[in-house]
Ligand binder design. Structure first.
Ligand code: COA
Length: 390
């Protein structure tokens, strides 16, 4: 039985900072951010968007009534969740009116956890072929103003429906994975900002990719010829490019050109949204599927998932017939084109304007937020949300 991605959607908040403006404000040569890091725009979340609303907005437009009835497992992958105890999936379940007879949970392992979710979903569908699983990968990336990691921030969410006989990408059985205790990136419970050993995280990521690709090749006897594209978790787009190039040294010219060309297509959305942590790899997949003009049914795509700390996995999928008919390209184009550019000063002001920790009652004015699903405040320590599309 084929199991995989039947639908895939995403949501990014309606504001962004231009990375050239950020470079000027930080006294950095713009080429460092646009070429050296490979980022053009960085999505900025308003106060009325959090991991829950970003995920709910990503899923809102892709689910039919039939999906809403069939989904019986909601897996929310995040590292910027809103509660130490209650799963963010439960809020989304209510906001979207999903079936009560569903299992709703949250999973964590830095940027890797959505892939754990995909594998959990595959197991669930294998046992229950008529059901569907909703995977939500949603985050707001924050390293702090004027830090080395500032340019690698962003915000957004990817939503995927995993089912039998998927219309978009069938996930193949063989994958290889690895865990190693490393402190390349982490965020202690008391901190709003991530801690990162930047250069070490890049080395760790590249070493994981090389190791897992070798292991996969050994296990399957496949070579670059068997892949139309290899996609990456992209905290910033240059990171994936460095990892890919590090393995292409001995590749033949045709393989090298194909993989680099398709990588270029796959980084498009990531370059204009920024780092969305758990959803980043799947945003890159979406970018490839929606923006390419050459990939045909039956072609194999490799996906390198990485979460600092560190867990990595190399998995693969086969592109399905008429997959383009099952994407939401026009909707995503419209959403991205409607976004407003804000100044670095506005971004800094929004960044500092936080709800103080422990505040039990807050009212937010969400009337300027064009997203249908919004965070509207806190009452007696309970977060309040609204969905104005129903
Ligand atoms: N034009 C073009 N490229 C330029 C440039 C210019 N004017 N100026 C610098 N660059 C290039 C550098 O050569 C370098 O390229 P390379 O990586 O191919 O060597 C790149 O820009 C980055 O420069 P560097 O001096 O290494 O940047 P930095 O010290 O500010 O650190 C990061 C960059 C990515 C390490 C830092 O932003 C960070 O820590 N980010 C978070 C890391 C992360 O997300 N880890 C994720 C865990 S998965």
């Amino acid at each position: 039985m084929k199991i995989g991605i039947d639908k895939i959607g995403f949501y990014a908040p309606d504001m962004y900072v231009d990375t050239e403006d950020l470079a000027h404000a930080r006294g950095v040569e713009p080429g460092k951010f646009t070429v050296g890091i490979g980022q053009e725009k960085m999505a900025v979340a308003p106060k009325t968007q959090d991991a829950v609303t970003l995920a709910a907005n990503a899923a809102n437009n892709i689910l039919t009534k039939e999906d809403i009835e069939s989904i019986d497992y909601i897996i929310f992958a995040t590292e910027t969740g809103i509660d130490h105890s209650k799963a963010a999936a439960i809020y989304v379940q209510r906001l979207l009116g999903l079936n009560d007879y569903a299992r709703s949970i949250e999973v964590k392992q830095a940027c890797y956890s959505a892939t754990a979710g995909v594998q959990m979903a595959r197991g669930h569908i294998a046992l229950n072929p008529d059901s569907k699983v909703l995977i939500l990968a949603s985050d707001i990336s924050r390293y702090g103003l004027k830090t080395g990691g500032e340019i690698t921030q962003g915000a957004g969410a990817v939503a995927m429906v995993i089912s039998a006989d998927p219309h978009v990408l069938a996930i193949e059985e063989t994958s290889v994975y690895k865990t190693e205790d490393a402190m390349d990136f982490w965020r202690p419970l008391y901190s709003d900002y991530a801690y990162v050993q930047g250069k070490f995280s890049v080395d760790q990521y590249i070493n994981f990719f090389q190791d897992l690709l070798d292991r996969y090749k050994e296990k399957t006897n496949r070579t670059f010829k068997d892949f139309s594209s290899i996609l990456f978790h992209l905290p910033y787009t240059k990171m994936g490019l460095k990892a890919l190039k590090s393995t292409l040294e001995h590749a033949d010219e045709e393989d090298r050109e194909r993989l680099l060309t398709n990588f270029d297509v796959s980084k498009r959305y990531n370059a204009i949204v920024g780092n969305i942590y758990t959803g980043s790899l799947y945003l890159s997949l979406l970018s490839l599927l929606e923006r390419n003009t050459t990939i045909n049914e039956g072609e194999r795509v490799g996906l390198f998932s990485y979460g600092s700390g560190s867990v990595g996995e190399f998995l693969t999928g086969i592109v399905q017939p008429n997959y383009k008919d099952h994407l939401f390209t026009d909707q995503h184009d419209a959403m991205l084109n409607k976004r407003q550019k804000i100044s670095v000063e506005q971004y800094e002001e929004m960044y500092e304007d936080k709800i103080p920790a422990g505040e039990g009652n807050v009212e937010l004015d969400a009337s300027n937020d064009p997203a249908p699903i919004r965070f509207t405040g806190i009452k007696e320590h309970m977060r309040q949300y609204e969905n104005v599309s129903i």
